[in-house]
Design a protein around this ligand. Structure first.
Ligand code: SF4
Length: 499
């Protein structure tokens, strides 16, 4: 996707009158609930720090913890598989299903399965796959993609859902939420009972005990993971945590951040025992490589609560589909390029105002704006910027390092901006900018002219010397940033704990 295509999609989303209002309402409600739930816990910030530390420690010792999980899970009779990428993960799942003769699958909500396009592949290969989370069920029968990490059908209201049920399931039209939920429940109950296998993701994998932790509000995950004779959990390797004790702070902040609840309605902690067969497919898909990066490894600490989406002033106006990525919103702009291929969604980091609202609410304190900035840097370094943009910045640097040229052009620019039809008379050629915000008419004289007029002294400096000094300052800033990042990486690790 090019930047111009991304802009076009955002423009279309902004022009859709049915989109912005429901999103703004839903995200505003979610924000208020999250804020109230956080405020009600006196030590919320302490829990948040503990949750962030637990996740950072897990990423610091990723390979050791994954191995420990494998040992514990296998000891209890389960099977762990490793998939290097999306294709291998899909093949492994199909092989396990085929070997057991499983043809009908019930699925719990899993963003990873969206990432690796598992449903599409299974269905294309002849499997019957039924989503069982209500939101996922709705978007599946509507033939759409989820538009939010935790609320897949956020873009649909009850009228839309009533219409979809009527058209796709052949039931009488109703927009009553209880009736709609009852229709889905009746249908899904049959599917749970008839399924050959259940597929889920996982919120966490506990390395010491070999347990799979799953959070939900509808109990469909419990059905998927316990009713069919075969359960396959398809999980990103980064979901591992060291200890059961880490669950305390993590469970406390995740539900508050996602839905404003104290705790999810159902928390399942599953060992390998349960259905006759339980498998975990651990998916890398770029995660270990990301874990090597001194700063970007922080992305892997995400617990997929969706709070950053609800806080984002961009997401709340355009929704998730305009991102054209399995993961939308601020965290999606970071995850997409790493898990979906370097060319996929590499423009998404530009879909942010970098206002910082996302990192303020992130329960594991991910510095999302700084990471987005790093992704933008990568975009430019890998040739993402087009010729026009590169030329513009080249010209800008030439002008900014030549004071005389700068003053001359500033004088010309002031004259143009004061001219008729630019800003003063409202019929501005800068309308795209001035329609949304005020642009003051520039003064007719520059600051330096006014300064001199008032008797202030000025010093003429050698522009060449200035450029050298600017270069030195830039290098010093970069060096300081590198050492700060390195020390931050060290400081974030657990101090008293061993992997
Ligand atoms: S980045 Fe933070 S706020 Fe966003 S989904 Fe991940 S954990 Fe939640």
């Amino acid at each position: 996707m090019s930047l111009s295509r991304l802009r076009e999609q955002f423009r279309q989303a902004l022009a859709d009158p049915d989109l912005a209002a429901p999103y703004e309402r839903a995200t505003a409600t979610a924000r208020a609930k999250r804020a109230a739930a956080a405020a009600e816990l006196p030590d919320y910030e302490e829990q948040r720090q503990k949750a962030a530390d637990a996740r950072r420690e897990a990423i610091d010792h990723l390979d050791a913890l994954v191995e420990r999980f494998r040992e514990a899970f296998t000891r209890d009779g389960g099977t762990v598989h490793h998939a290097a990428d999306a294709e291998e993960a899909r093949s492994l799942v199909k092989r396990i299903l085929s070997e057991r003769g499983a043809r009908t699958v019930v699925k719990a909500k899993s963003m990873l399965s969206e990432e690796i396009a598992l449903n599409e592949d299974l269905i294309a290969s002849g499997w019957e796959v039924h989503e069982t989370d209500l939101g996922e069920f709705i978007v599946q029968i509507a033939g759409q993609r989820p538009s939010h990490i935790t609320a897949p059908a956020l873009h649909l209201d009850r009228v839309d859902i009533g219409r979809i049920f009527h058209e796709k399931l052949g039931v009488d039209y109703t927009e009553d939420p209880v009736e709609l939920a009852t229709i889905a429940r009746r249908l899904l109950r049959e599917r749970f009972l008839q399924a050959d296998a259940g597929i889920s993701g996982a919120n966490f994998l506990v390395a010491r005990t070999g347990q799979i932790v799953l959070l939900e509000n509808e109990a469909n995950i419990r059905m998927c993971t316990t009713l069919p004779p075969l359960h396959i959990a398809v999980v990103g390797v980064e979901k591992v945590i060291a200890e059961v004790d880490d669950l305390g702070p993590l469970l406390s902040v995740i539900a508050r951040s996602a839905t404003g609840q104290k705790l999810g309605a159902y928390t399942s902690i599953l060992g390998a025992a349960g259905p006759p067969e339980r498998h975990v497919v651990l998916v890398d898909n770029g995660r270990r490589q990301l874990a090597q990066h001194p700063r970007k490894r922080e992305i892997l600490t995400c617990i997929r609560c969706g709070a950053c989406l609800n806080a984002c002033p961009v997401y709340e106006r355009i929704g998730g589909h305009a991102y054209e990525s399995a993961y939308s919103g601020p965290i999606g702009a970071l995850l997409g390029p790493h898990h979906l291929g370097t060319d996929h969604g590499r423009e998404l980091p530009f879909a942010s105002s970098l206002c910082g609202a996302c990192s303020e609410v992130c329960p594991v304190k991910i510095d999302i704006p700084e990471l987005l900035r790093l992704e933008r840097e990568r975009y430019v370094e890998t040739g993402g910027a087009d010729v026009g943009e590169r030329l513009a910045w080249w010209l800008w640097s030439k002008v900014m390092t030549r004071p005389r040229l700068y003053r001359l052009l500033a004088r010309v620019g002031r004259g143009i901006l004061q001219g008729p039809g630019i800003i003063a008379e409202g019929s501005s050629v800068l309308r795209d900018w001035t329609d949304g915000r005020k642009l003051p008419i520039p003064s007719s004289t520059s600051f330096i002219d006014q300064w001199k007029h008032q008797g202030g002294a000025t010093t003429r400096t050698n522009p060449i010397w200035d450029r050298t000094r600017a270069q030195r300052a830039l290098e010093a800033t970069r060096k300081a940033k590198r050492s700060w990042a390195a020390s931050r990486g060290r400081a974030g690790r657990g101090k008293d704990r061993k992997p």
